[in-house]
Design a protein around this ligand. Structure first.
Ligand code: NI
Length: 180
């Protein structure tokens, strides 16, 4: 699946890397990254994941201040939450949002987009539209300087792939027009 445990592992790794560079609280970032997609698949998964994470952390005996910090990171990490006005306020929340979005661009992002399309029975044209509507815009959604730096290279590769794909789709269409 496009949103599987490998995605979570990559986000934990990326988030910790960014957190170290930016001087964020590593424990908050790590726990938030591990739990950020726990309710993936549900409507409004960021809000639902935050609620479930709160329960889990309380059971594990974490203090309320720590839980609140983690909860905010998870609530504010998704594209849809941010579109609804739930923006990352803390450095830790910005780090998680950046790490999650970095995993949606570059070679990994391309691979995930096609995995997702395969699962849903979508077409290459649908993926092209997803690139245009979302993935190619993510470079402008990065908060930290560390993530902006990583995003540059990943975005360039994504853009190059997108343009090549689009040009081949167009020439395929031209062939069809000539034949018919
Ligand atoms: Ni995620």
């Amino acid at each position: 699946m496009a949103h599987d445990s490998d995605h979570v592992k990559r986000v934990v790794k990326l988030a910790l890397y960014i957190a170290k560079k930016e001087g964020a609280d590593l424990e908050v970032v790590k726990v938030a990254a591990e739990l950020h997609d726990i309710e993936r698949g549900k409507k409004n998964h960021a809000i639902e994941s935050a609620k479930t994470a709160e329960k889990i952390l309380r059971e594990r005996g974490y203090d309320e201040n720590f839980i609140a910090k983690v909860k905010h990171c998870i609530e504010a990490h998704s594209f849809s939450s941010q579109a609804m006005g739930v923006k990352p306020e803390s450095l830790e929340a910005k780090v998680l949002s950046d790490a999650d979005k970095l995993d949606a661009i570059g070679a990994i992002g391309i691979a995930r987009a096609f995995l997702f399309a395969g699962e849903k029975g979508l077409t290459i044209g649908d993926v092209v539209r997803h690139f245009e509507e979302k993935l190619l815009k993510l470079i402008d959604c990065m908060y930290t300087d560390t993530a902006k730096e990583i995003a540059k290279e990943r975005h360039e590769f994504l853009k190059e792939f997108y343009e090549k794909l689009k040009s081949e789709l167009i020439s395929e269409q031209e062939c069809k027009d000539e034949v018919s």
